[in-house]
Ligand binder design. Structure first.
Ligand SMILES: [Zn+2]
Length: 242
């Protein structure tokens, strides 16, 4: 597959995490640096966005091991906030804190699956989600529906369905009459034509720039789904994985 650069906000760093979300180590060159930060020509560190937190880890520069504390996108640059200083032109070896990233990918992919399951069971439009909860409004979600979704989730995990990532052009997306797709499209800058689609075939399909596990089995089973009620028919579902 061709690279995902065009689908992301344009960037000085090649987003290796978008090409291969299982990449744990990489080499790169420092293209911009200052007190306690570095911008690299390529990076596997995921910058915080879309409800998915940033990666942490290490930048090894010669014998020095510099900690990467947080990674944020600022304009066209992906800033690595570090506990040491590097210089432009230096070659670094990056190592992602893999245990944390994998957990984030599992929860985030679980968020996709739950979104698909709730939406097709007519829980109402999803208005917010992150790695711990989904919110629907207006919604008539109840405990019965919650238990059905719980069982369907475990069934999908057991079926070990591959999670597909592919690119389509904006004009190929038939957003007519789909309020949620329209909302998503509106948030994507108009100069981005290639959209990154994330599909769990038969369950969920959405635009997403995040990192995902390769199949539903990797998400793992649900430990708990909890329902909470907000104002104006807002229903909040908290989820935790085993
Ligand atoms: Zn995603």
């Amino acid at each position: 597959m061709e690279g995902g650069h065009a689908t992301e906000p344009s960037s000085t760093s090649a987003p290796l995490y978008a090409e291969d979300s299982y990449l744990k180590e990489f080499d790169a060159e420092v293209v911009k640096a200052g007190p306690r930060f570095a911008v690299l020509d390529r990076t596997a560190f995921y910058p915080e966005s879309g409800g998915q937190p940033s990666d942490a880890g290490l930048l090894n520069v010669g014998p020095r091991n510099i900690r990467v504390i947080k990674v944020l996108r600022r304009g066209r640059d992906i800033y690595h906030y570090i506990d040491g200083d590097v210089e432009v032109g230096e070659v670094v070896h990056g190592e992602i804190d893999w245990a944390t990233r994998l957990l984030n990918m599992r929860r985030h992919s679980g968020e996709h699956l739950l979104t698909g399951l709730f939406e097709r069971s007519e829980a109402g439009p999803k208005v917010y989600s992150d790695l711990k909860r989904l919110e629907f409004q207006p919604s008539n979600l109840d405990e019965g529906l919650l238990h059905r979704v719980e069982a369907e989730f475990d069934g999908a995990v057991e079926a070990n369905i591959p999670i597909r990532i592919y690119y389509v052009s904006r004009s190929e997306v038939d957003a007519e009459g789909d309020a949620r797709k329209m909302m998503f499209l509106d948030k994507i800058p108009s100069d981005i034509d290639r959209l990154r689609m994330v599909e769990i075939p038969g369950y969920a399909l959405t635009f997403c720039f995040g990192t995902h596990v390769k199949s539903t089995q990797e998400i793992g089973r649900l430990k708990k789904l909890e329902l909470s009620e907000g104002k104006k028919l807002r229903k909040i579902v908290y989820f935790t994985l085993d």
